[in-house]
Unconditional design. Structure first.
Length: 214
C-alpha cells in the first residue's frame, strides 16, 4: 500500500488512485480480521454476554475495496464510456455496497463467523466485479499483439481469480471451525497475491519488463 501510495503522489490519475484505495482497503480488511481473531481468543466468553464479531469490519472493508476495483476496470477497459453511464454504474454498485454494509452490521455484529447470508451477499458483490475484470482482461489480451504487453495484462486477469480464492479459503476455514486453520492464512495470502498481481500488471516494473523482453 505504501509503494502504491508513493506512485499516487507522483502520478495523480484515476487508475493509480483506484489501485491505491483498493489495496488500502484490502490492507484494512487484513488488519481488522487479524485483530478480530486475537480479540476472540483473548476476551470471548463462551457462556458470557454477546461477543462483538470484529470480522464484520473485515468484510465491510472488502466490499468497499471492490468499488475501487470496479472503477479501475472502467478506467482501463472502457475509458471512452460516457460520464453519465460511468457514474450510473458506479452509483448502482455503490448503493448495493451500502445495503450490504447495513445488512452486515445489523445481522453480523454479534454473530460468530457472521452468517451465511452475509458471506453469500459479499461473494455475489465481489463476483460482479471479478467477472468484469476477468472478461475485460481476456478481451484486451486478444486485441494485443505484443507478447510482453499480453503477459502484463495476464497479471491483471489473474487478480480476480486470486480474489475468488480468498472467499473459498475463508469458507473452508469456517467449515473447519474458524480457529485459525491453515486455510485462514491461505485466504489472506491470496488477497496479498491479488494486490501484487494488480500492481505488476498496471505499473510494469522495469526489472520484470526487461526480463520478459529477453
Amino acid at each position: 500500500t505504501y509503494k502504491v501510495g508513493k506512485r499516487y503522489q507522483q502520478k495523480k490519475n484515476e487508475v493509480i488512485r483506484n489501485i491505491f484505495l483498493f489495496t488500502a482497503f484490502m490492507a484494512l480488511a487484513n488488519l481488522s480480521a487479524a485483530v478480530s481473531r486475537i480479540i476472540r481468543i483473548l476476551t470471548w466468553e463462551p457462556d458470557g454476554p454477546q461477543n462483538l464479531e470484529g470480522l464484520v469490519f473485515a468484510v465491510i472493508f472488502i466490499a468497499i475495496s471492490n468499488n475501487f476495483l470496479l472503477q479501475f476496470g472502467l478506467a482501463i477497459f472502457h475509458p471512452d464510456l460516457e460520464k453519465q453511464k460511468k457514474v450510473g454504474v458506479i452509483s448502482i454498485y455503490g448503493i448495493l455496497t451500502l445495503v450490504f454494509i447495513i445488512f452486515a452490521l445489523i445481522t453480523g455484529m454479534y454473530t460468530e463467523d457472521l452468517t451465511t447470508n452475509i458471506w453469500s451477499f459479499l461473494v455475489i458483490l465481489a463476483l460482479i466485479v471479478d467477472v468484469y475484470i476477468f472478461i475485460g482482461s481476456f478481451r484486451m489480451i486478444r486485441k494485443l499483439s505484443n507478447r510482453v504487453d499480453k503477459i502484463f495484462v495476464l497479471f491483471i486477469l489473474f487478480t480476480p481469480i486470486s480474489l475468488v480464492f480468498v472467499y473459498i479459503f475463508f469458507f473452508i476455514d469456517i467449515l473447519l471451525g474458524g480457529k485459525f486453520t491453515i486455510f485462514y492464512y491461505f485466504g489472506w495470502l491470496t488477497g496479498v497475491i491479488a494486490a501484487i498481481l494488480l500492481y505488476f500488471g498496471v505499473f510494469r516494473p522495469k526489472f520484470l519488463e526487461e526480463r520478459l523482453k529477453k
